[in-house]
Ligand binder design. Structure first.
Ligand code: NAG
Ligand code: NAG
Ligand code: NAG
Ligand code: NAG
Ligand code: NAG
Ligand code: NAG
Ligand code: NAG
Ligand code: NAG
Ligand code: NAG
Ligand code: NAG
Ligand code: NAG
Ligand code: NAG
Length: 554
């Protein structure tokens, strides 16, 4: 028997076949959308399924089950994590980040046959292997974004791979595990806008030499984002940074073992927003007097060896949000130029060798949440009235020469949780507090504060640490006052020779108290304080007091 077909049936079959093999033109594909025919091309679907079979999904994974949903019976363009061109059906994007995927990824993986892929994100999985083998297997000339961050790769990447990735604009190999990376090959990627090769605490095996980095700096002229934290750059010539792209917006070089004098011109790159140089302890340099980038939002120079004072042009950084200069040898006065830095939320000048007056314009900032001026030689008094700083959570100015009275606004700022003014020259007495705030930690030890502790101090109900040792406080603290501080764990009132402790009239029940550590040595206590009997106390120091009479058995 001969099966006879009408010419139109043959044509239809032929067209369907063609559509399956090659791209359907717009007019045909739209008519197939509503039928059972898939948008996805079969060979691309097969490549994805083959990839699926090379890996496993962790059983105890509770992130969303992307790859488990991939199966033959559904259109691969509808699979989770897969994006197709709506017209051609080509797979153009794959995002399987945080997919709990575990398996090998070698150069011969079928994933690399997806010729139209524009972005591939496999970050936060457990892929291993290398991308070293036969690079003629890659067909990713159109790939623009590749993110393999946070994986367990245990091999190299072929430099020839980078010859293929001519369109790449974003490359993220942060903490991906690749070793012996590609120093020279990276500079082939001349379209790169964003490059992240950062490692982590445990993995600092990557490095650049002088030539490799110089090529990168000179060839990647479109770079806006360069993240190299934890990469060993000790062999890099520090002046190569002068050749970085002038489009640079973010530069992150923490823990890079940089040394030499960092070129100040970098701070003037016109679009520079973020610069992290922290923990390059042998990196010297100065903040430029002029030409600081007005785009700067984040400036982290902590734990380097910068010197020279802060220039007054600092007051022009009106976009700045975060500053950390901890542990540099800057010196000089802090210029009082903060009045226009209204976006500043965190300022840390810990241990910078600053001297001179406290800059008063700091106290007029509205967005500040953290202010740390500790370990300097700052002097002068704190302002009497402060109405701004409504968002301030931490105020650390310990180890300075601050004098004058302790102003009461410190205890009323609505957001303040931590206050450390220990080791200064503050005098007292402490005023009554009008509207007690939610301070959790107060350290005023080693000052010259005198007078009694005002009763309203015990209305700071959130206090867990109250450290007032080595002052000249006087008066009697009644046990029922301490009981009002229901969260108080750590109380240090040592070395206040005129201060004593007494039981209030009724026998107070201390079982609700959280007090664990009570240091009361070298004070003026005359009677053993029995009221701690029912408390959870772990350490009680009453040495060097004037206690007479018996000590109870407990
Ligand atoms: C294929 O996946 C779809 C969607 O996740 C699911 O509804 C269907 O049951 C799966 N089919 C098979 C054969 O696993
Ligand atoms: C990956 O799977 C292998 C066995 O299939 C297992 O030994 C290994 O611990 C898994 N790795 C991770 C990171 O889950
Ligand atoms: C892919 O390459 C890896 C590593 O070279 C090899 O072990 C594996 O057998 C290859 N797989 C195929 C299908 O060729
Ligand atoms: C690379 O792969 C291609 C295609 O599979 C093959 O023709 C070629 O011989 C391979 N080259 C090497 C060096 O393995
Ligand atoms: C890479 O890791 C995998 C899985 O842990 C392991 O089987 C393989 O031997 C490792 N390869 C190398 C070169 O260390
Ligand atoms: C620099 O980039 C150009 C393309 O802009 C490329 O031809 C050249 O090979 C690259 N040079 C190096 C040293 O990578
Ligand atoms: C690289 O990817 C990681 C993980 O997704 C991300 O945290 C990091 O910000 C990325 N780096 C850049 C420069 O975008
Ligand atoms: C910057 O690049 C130029 C060539 O473009 C080179 O002559 C010069 O030495 C480089 N400068 C530094 C400091 O590396
Ligand atoms: C800094 O330099 C000193 C002396 O040259 C060296 O001993 C030390 O290891 C360097 N430290 C770092 C973090 O590079
Ligand atoms: C500031 O930058 C401009 C433009 O780059 C330059 O001409 C000028 O010399 C720089 N000034 C200083 C003092 O470095
Ligand atoms: C701040 O900027 C203004 C105008 O933008 C400029 O005239 C002034 O010199 C700058 N101040 C400093 C200290 O650089
Ligand atoms: C703080 O701002 C007030 C107005 O809100 C102004 O009168 C005062 O001079 C400012 N203080 C400082 C130190 O800038």
């Amino acid at each position: 028997m001969v099966i006879r077909m009408l010419p139109c049936q043959i044509l239809c079959l032929l067209l369907a076949f063609l559509c399956f093999q090659v791209d359907c033109s717009l007019s045909f594909s739209s008519s197939f959308h509503h039928s059972s025919t898939h948008l996805c091309l079969s060979e691309q679907r097969d490549a994805l399924l083959e990839f699926k079979h090379t890996i496993s999904v962790d059983d105890d994974c509770d992130t969303y089950p992307t790859i488990n949903s991939w199966n033959q019976s559904t259109d691969c363009c509808s699979w989770q994590g897969v994006r197709c061109n709506k017209v051609t059906g080509h797979v153009i994007g794959i995002d399987l980040s945080h997919g709990c995927l575990n398996g090998s990824l070698f150069a011969n993986n079928s994933l690399f046959h997806l010729q139209n892929l524009q972005w591939l994100d496999l970050s936060f999985n457990s892929f291993y292997g290398s991308l070293l083998e036969n690079s003629t297997l890659f067909h990713l000339q159109g790939l623009q974004r590749l993110n393999l961050a946070h994986n367990n790769f245990n091999g190299s990447i072929s430099s020839e791979l980078f010859n293929q990735l001519v369109s790449l604009t974003h490359l993220n190999l942060s903490d991906s595990g690749f070793s012996d990376l590609i120093r020279y090959a990276i500079s082939l990627l001349s379209n790169l806008v964003s490059l992240d090769l950062s490692g982590n605490d445990d993995d600092t095996s990557l490095s650049f030499d002088a030539q490799g980095f110089d090529m990168l700096a000179r060839n990647l002229t479109k770079l806006r984002n360069l993240v190299l934290d934890y990469i060993d750059l000790s062999g890099v010539s520090i002046n190569s940074f002068l050749n970085l792209s002038s489009s640079l917006e973010r530069l992150s070089l923490s823990y890079c073992e940089l040394h030499g004098e960092f070129p100040g011109e970098v701070f003037g790159l016109p679009y520079l927003q973020h610069i992290h140089l922290s923990w390059n302890q042998n990196l010297t340099g100065y903040l430029p007097k002029t030409n600081l980038s007005l785009a700067l939002e984040l400036l982290d120079l902590s734990f380097c060896s910068f010197s020279g004072s802060i220039p007054s042009s600092f007051g022009n950084l009106t976009r700045i949000i975060f500053i950390d200069f901890s542990e540099n040898d800057l010196g000089g006065q802090i210029p009082d130029v903060f009045e226009n830095l209204n976006k500043l939320t965190s300022l840390t000048f810990y241990s910078c060798n600053f001297s001179g007056q406290l800059p008063t314009t700091l106290f007029n900032l509205t967005q500040l949440t953290q202010l740390d001026l500790s370990q300097n030689q700052l002097e002068g008094a704190l302002p009497n009235h402060v109405s701004k700083l409504q968002l301030l959570e931490a105020f650390w100015v310990h180890d300075n020469q601050i004098s004058g009275r302790l102003p009461s606004w410190l205890f009323t700022l609505p957001s303040l949780q931590q206050l450390d003014l220990s080791y200064n020259k503050l005098t007292g007495p402490i005023d009554q507090i009008q509207k007690p705030n939610y301070l959790d930690y107060i350290d005023l030890s080693s000052n010259e504060i005198h007078g009694p502790i005002p009763s309203t101090f015990f209305d700071l109900v959130n206090l867990s640490s109250l450290l007032l040792s080595s002052n000249n406080l006087s008066g009697v603290i009644k046990s029922n006052m301490l009981l009002k501080l229901k969260n108080l764990y750590n109380l240090d009132l040592s070395n206040n020779s005129l201060l004593s402790l007494s039981t209030s009239g009724n026998d107070v029940n201390y079982s609700s108290s959280q007090l664990g550590l009570v240091l009361f040595s070298s004070c003026g206590i005359r009677q053993f304080p029995n009221f701690f009997r029912t408390s959870k106390l772990m350490v009680l120091d009453l040495s060097n007091n004037k206690i007479s009479g018996g000590i109870s058995k407990w």
